[in-house]
Structures are given as structure tokens and as C-alpha cells.
Design a protein. Structure first.
Length: 286
């Protein structure tokens, strides 16, 4: 068979579709199920595998060697880098092939060698990632995790099953987070930490078991928090974590002595609803 006839065979077997209304590029070496739902202006580079029940939104790019399987829904304007796998079965011995899935929002960057597993049977059936997240190389998102928006996870950060990460969180590299933990909005977790308890919103946690080191002041300022709000959060932090009193008493005192604020209420409600317990070990005062 000549090279010309080989190329014609490839083009018949694989799909490269372009039109004025819809432009979908699929490299000849990629395998895309005819049942997959692809929106317009999608780029699928070399050696990708896309399964039957996958939905991919407009203007999403799969650079190369990406595997997407299972019941997976991906939004618009995402960039997915080589050797990323999404929607494969969870690493959970209870899972026996039930119909669960992955939902990913829009404007996310998923870097090389990431793994995102579909949900297991002990949650609501979905592993979910929101919008505008930057998830770096070798990040692992386990089954049933819930990630919000504008999150940064550095290289090698790892989430166990059922972890919740709220908006604007930064997790440093090589940081494992124990299953069922929560990380509150605007928190920062230092690289190489080990998180086994819930990390409240607005704080810095680092080191073994995620010890607290004051407020995430740099992060709050970058996100537009004014001086009045930051000063109020400082008072709340000192009252709750540095006055050596029972947590329930500290919360009651904070509600009594501090002005009402949506941020104070977020902090107190997060602590009150914690099931695993809160990181409280004292660090350097800020």
C-alpha cells in the first residue's frame, strides 16, 4: 500500500471535520467514539482516546495523549495537556462499575499527567471541578471530590476521596489531603504539607497535619479585601485560634463581640459544620 493510500485509509477511519458552522479537528492518530458529543471549535491532538459518554464544550483543546472515559462532561475553553486521564474508574474497592461521572466547568488549565477519577458509590455520583482553575502537573483528584472556582494546585498535590476545596484556594506542591477533608475559601496550604483535618477559610496552613500560621494576608489583598475586612478577620483569628479556649466558647464570643460580616459568618459556619475537626495548632502570630 502506498503512502497516499495509507493516508486516505486513515482519513476514512478517523475523523477530521471542518465546516463554517462547526470546526472540529481530530488528529488521525486519535480515537474518538462516534457517540461522544463534541461542540464547535474543538482541537483533539495526536494519540487521544475519547469514550462513548463524553461531552466536550466549545473551544476546548486536548493537546495530545489525553484519555477521557466514562460519563464525563467538560465545559468550554479548557486546555488539557498531554498524558492527562479523566473519568476513569475510582480507586475504591467498593466500586463495582456503577454509573457515576465527572463534571468539569470552563476555563480550566489541566497540566501534564493529571488524573481525575469519576465518583464512587458513597456520594452523589459526581466528581466535580468548577471554573477558572489551574491544576498543575501530576495533580490527582480522587473520586467524589468537589472543587470550586479559581483554585491553584501546584505540582504533585493530591486529594483523597470526598475532599472539598472551596473558591480561591492555593495548595502547594507535593501536598496530600486526607479523604473527607475540607479546605475553606481563600486559604493557602504550603508546599510539602500533610493535611488531615479541615482548614478554615482565609488562613495559611503548612507543615505536618496542616498547622495554622495566621491569615493569608497576601492572598486576601490580591483578591481585593479592604483593610477593614482584613482587620476584622485578624480579630476573629486571634479570638478563635490564639486565646486558648474551647472552640464552642470562642465561636460564641466571636458572634457576640464582632460586628456581623459575611466573611466572619463564613469562617464561623465552616468551623461549626466541620466533621473531621479543625487545624488549630498555633503558629506564628500575624
Amino acid at each position: 500500500m502506498t503512502r497516499s493510500s495509507q493516508r486516505q485509509s486513515l482519513l476514512l477511519w478517523y475523523r477530521i471535520r471542518k465546516s463554517e458552522a462547526m470546526a472540529i479537528y481530530i488528529h488521525p492518530t486519535s480515537i474518538v467514539s462516534p457517540r461522544a458529543e463534541l461542540s464547535e471549535d474543538i482541537y483533539i491532538g495526536p494519540f487521544c482516546c475519547i469514550g462513548d459518554d463524553v461531552k466536550i464544550g466549545a473551544n476546548t483543546r486536548l493537546l495530545s495523549h489525553v484519555v477521557i472515559e466514562g460519563k464525563t462532561e467538560i465545559g468550554k475553553h479548557n486546555q488539557i495537556y498531554p498524558f492527562t486521564s479523566i473519568g476513569l474508574s475510582p480507586q475504591d474497592l467498593k466500586y463495582k462499575g456503577e454509573q457515576t461521572g465527572v463534571r468539569i466547568g470552563s476555563n480550566n488549565i489541566l497540566r501534564e499527567n493529571m488524573t481525575i477519577h469519576r465518583a464512587s458509590v458513597s456520594g452523589d455520583g459526581w466528581t466535580e471541578i468548577g471554573d477558572n482553575n489551574f491544576l498543575m502537573a501530576y495533580v490527582h483528584i480522587a473520586h467524589d471530590c468537589k472543587l470550586g472556582n479559581n483554585i491553584v494546585m501546584a505540582n504533585g498535590a493530591t486529594l483523597g476521596g470526598h475532599v472539598t476545596v472551596e473558591d480561591f484556594v492555593v495548595i502547594g506542591g507535593l501536598t496530600p489531603v486526607h479523604q473527607f477533608c475540607r479546605i475553606g475559601a481563600y486559604a493557602m496550604v504550603g508546599g510539602g504539607s500533610s493535611v488531615a483535618l479541615d482548614i478554615p477559610p482565609y488562613v495559611i496552613a503548612a507543615g505536618y497535619r496542616g498547622q495554622l500560621y495566621g491569615l493569608n494576608l497576601v492572598g486576601l489583598k490580591r483578591r481585593g479585601f479592604d483593610k477593614e475586612t482584613i482587620d476584622l478577620l485578624k480579630k476573629a483569628y486571634k479570638l478563635i485560634f490564639q486565646e486558648h479556649q474551647l472552640l464552642k466558647d470562642a465561636i460564641r464570643k466571636a458572634r457576640t463581640e464582632l460586628p456581623h460580616s459575611e466573611h466572619i459568618e463564613r469562617l464561623l459556619s465552616f468551623i461549626e459544620t466541620s466533621k473531621r475537626g479543625i487545624c488549630r495548632k498555633l503558629g506564628e502570630e500575624q
